[in-house]
Design a protein around this ligand. Structure first.
Ligand SMILES: Cc1cc2nc3c(=O)[nH]c(=O)nc-3n(C[C@H](O)[C@H](O)[C@H](O)COP(=O)(O)OP(=O)(O)OC[C@H]3O[C@@H](n4cnc5c(N)ncnc54)[C@H](O)[C@@H]3O)c2cc1C
Length: 360
């Protein structure tokens, strides 16, 4: 390792990439602190009921697997080809990794990183614990693995909030709601506006359609900006069959428009007004240029996520990794490549590669 290489690394976020980055740092002989404002892999926990489309073998590294096998021995890990849910991924791999001897002492859960600044002798990081106490941590390098799931995109046209959206936001569901599980009572028999046309929206519409079959009073307005026809673009020869299956099913629901579902493509929103907690919404906009409006009881916004740019410093030793550094189709596996590349630069050792190519 070169003389200028950092000795103390702070990782922001204990998601899949933050945990792996921390493990990589530890395995490179560096001192590490990891902060997460919630629990281990808190964002994965929030979409835990969703089945992942990449097999477990793509979502784990050789370093992580070796750590778990060494410490837990006979613990049963999923098979590399298993398609598991986010919850299973978290329970079988991410939580044990965070609680491993390698990482446990470095991990500070329920600690929110508020600000990061660059001083002459390194980074200063303002952290607030859940009991309100604040302190400053210092580091030679900061790895920002805070993801994007905590900052959903705005619903209005041109990427800004719709009229009323800022006030309505606490009542809008972002993310993939567990409408057939924990959140069933909240959605069964209700009128629901689902906004968005990505894979999260596809998962939501499939679940809502199933719910409507069971509870006939459920009525769903699926609102997308894209052109008429098939809302989900299909990847030619998609290697991830689970993802393709979701796209096909969602497209078929949009085309058939049965199951208490109305599909409204080419629609932009100008207003999302909440009538108060549990009192419903008025949403309005333009569909093909013509004014439209609906009164609905629930709004689910699956319009994608944006990076939180309030956290960040322009410095070669402040490195953004994971979903925050990726595009909309970010895969956990891409994050592992980011980690390897980042440490090769940070340590000044371009040949550093701690991943076993056969296993990771
Ligand atoms: C529904 C869904 C399904 C997906 N399925 C797949 C799949 O099958 N395969 C695949 O490869 N990818 C999938 N992804 C995409 C992606 O791999 C995941 O989003 C992954 O969780 C990204 O990991 P990350 O560590 O970069 O960020 P995150 O998992 O978002 O973790 C960020 C962490 O940072 C913490 N944090 C945020 N801000 C702060 C702060 N200020 N201070 C302290 N902590 C903070 C959060 O609490 C969180 O724990 C899916 C995504 C979603 C939403």
């Amino acid at each position: 390792m070169s003389k200028a290489a950092p000795q103390k690394v702070t990782v922001l976020g204990a998601g899949p990439i933050g945990l792996e980055a921390a493990l990589y740092a530890k395995s490179s002989g560096l001192s590490v602190a990891v902060y997460d404002r919630g629990a281990i892999a808190d964002h994965v926990r929030q979409w835990g009921h969703v089945r992942m489309f990449t097999p477990f073998g793509m979502n784990a590294t050789s370093l992580g697997l070796k750590t778990l096998l060494r410490e837990k021995g006979s613990r049963s890990l999923p098979a590399p080809t298993d398609l598991i849910t986010g919850r299973e991924f978290r329970d079988a791999y991410l939580v044990p990794l965070g609680e491993s001897e390698q990482l446990l002492e470095s991990l500070h859960l329920e600690h929110t990183v508020l600000h990061v600044g660059r001083a002459a002798r390194g980074f200063r990081i303002l952290v607030r614990a859940s009991n309100g106490t604040e302190r400053i941590d210092t580091a030679d390098a900061v790895l920002d693995c805070t993801g994007t799931f905590g900052t959903p995109r705005w619903l209005g046209d041109a990427g800004i909030p719709a009229v009323g959206e800022l006030a309505a936001r606490p009542h809008i569901a972002f993310g993939v709601e567990d409408v057939l599980g924990d959140r069933k009572d909240h959605y069964a028999g209700r009128s629901v506006a689902l906004i968005g046309d990505g894979y999260s929206a596809a998962a939501s519409i499939c679940a809502l359609a199933t719910l409507a079959e069971e509870h006939h009073a459920t009525w769903v307005f699926w609102i997308t900006r894209g052109a008429r026809g098939q809302p989900l673009p299909r990847v030619a020869n998609d290697p991830y069959k689970e993802r393709d299956r979701l796209a096909v099913k969602a497209n078929s629901l949009a085309t058939r428009c049965d199951g208490n579902l109305e599909f409204h493509p080419q629609t932009v929103l100008d207003e999302v007004v909440s009538h108060g907690p549990d009192k419903g919404f008025r949403i309005a906009g333009r569909s093909n240029g013509k004014p439209v409006s609906w009164e609905v009881e629930r709004v689910i916004a699956n319009v994608g996520y944006r990076p939180d740019l309030t956290l960040g410093v322009s410095d070669p030793n402040y490195v953004v990794l994971g979903a925050k550094a990726g595009d909309a189709g970010f895969l956990v596996r891409t994050g592992f490549d980011q980690i390897r590349a980042a440490f090769a630069v940070l340590t000044g050792n371009p040949r550093l590669d701690l991943y076993d190519k056969k296993a990771a």
